[in-house]
Write a protein that binds this ligand. Structure first.
Ligand code: URA
Length: 220
């Protein structure tokens, strides 16, 4: 899979999300990353170390969207570098997808956690926090204009396709998203890590199959 220079396109991509976003920050990815550093659109910034903006190839044709950064992503400021990222990297390698050709981001850009003693335990961002962060995802889509958008897990899939979307029932199928973009949903690596034994192996195999399908489609 290769990253390509982007052909000029007319369509605005703010309509790619299930609900419209009213004010989309403008700029290239570097500008957006800089602007997002100071985002106070919800309260998550107060306890997080930093904004974890998307990262990857500037002209990626394929954009992967996860849920929200975890502990290690919060420390390093990069998406998918902790245990879920390691599983994702292994699955990408098996599917022969070079992560360097992708743009990888999250639906929510700050780590949310609850304190248990000294431990900071992951806590799912609520609907208002997801809503506050949608402008950044819309801005990333508008700036990158990817040909293929991949939702990893329910939070990203529902942001793209609406709240009725079910990963269990609807993953693994192509959907059109706007004029020039196609979308696909698959398992979130953390969901695989939370599952045990045989079911974990089955979900992992399905993730690898889905990523292989995405590579083939992107290479067409
Ligand atoms: N889970 C996510 O959804 N994103 C990350 O960056 C890490 C874990």
């Amino acid at each position: 899979m290769t990253a390509h220079a982007r052909p000029p396109r007319q369509a605005t991509l703010d309509t790619l999300l299930a609900k419209p976003v009213h004010e989309i920050p403008a700029g290239n990815l570097e500008t957006l990353r800089r602007k997002a550093r100071d985002c106070h659109a919800c309260g998550l910034w107060k306890h997080a170390t930093q904004t974890v903006f998307g990262a990857g190839a500037e002209h990626a044709r394929v954009m992967l969207i996860g849920e929200q950064p975890g502990l290690q992503e919060d420390a390093q400021g990069l998406p998918f570098v902790g245990p879920a990222g390691q599983l994702l990297d292994r699955a990408l390698a098996e599917a022969q997808v070079d992560r360097g050709t992708l743009y990888v981001t999250n639906t929510v850009k700050h780590f949310k956690y609850e304190l248990r003693g000294k431990l900071r335990l992951h806590k799912r961002a609520n609907a208002a926090e997801q809503e506050a962060c949608r402008m950044w995802l819309a801005a990333e889509l508008a700036s990158l204009q990817p040909r293929i958008v991949v939702a990893l897990g329910a939070m990203a899939a529902q942001t793209l396709f609406g709240n009725a979307f079910s990963i269990t029932r609807q993953r693994g199928r192509w959907r059109r998203l706007g004029e020039d973009t196609e979308a696909f949903a698959t398992f979130h690596p953390s969901a695989i890590l939370r599952t045990r034994d045989e079911q974990r192996a089955t979900m992992y195999r399905q993730l690898v199959e889905d990523l292989t399908e995405i590579r083939r489609h992107a290479d067409d």
